[in-house]
Write a new protein. Sequence first.
Length: 113
Amino acid sequence: QVQLVESGGGLVQAGGSLRLSCAASGSLLRVNVMGWYRQAPGKQRELVATITRYGSTNYADSVKGRFTISRDNAKNTVYLQMNSLKPEDTAVYYCNENSYGSWGQGTQVTVSS
């Protein structure tokens, strides 16, 4: 099993920045793709960005050019740098890995206008 713990959420004004972290522990040998997803109130959970073990990335169109996903394999940690935040980015952000399908507990991001 893999355990994921997110941190770094908070309240920020529109145009501001936040950096989310996701620390992984457990059986990590099979983990290849890690990603960030988000769920806003009343909406389905959606993909934000993913990154493979070798650094290949994928982004939702809504965050391209504003968000950057990165990964430190030595620290078993994935990051999401979020710049130029908009009120519509407000959501609970979840970390995910694709070997066991594990999810973190989520971290709230709130962007005020």
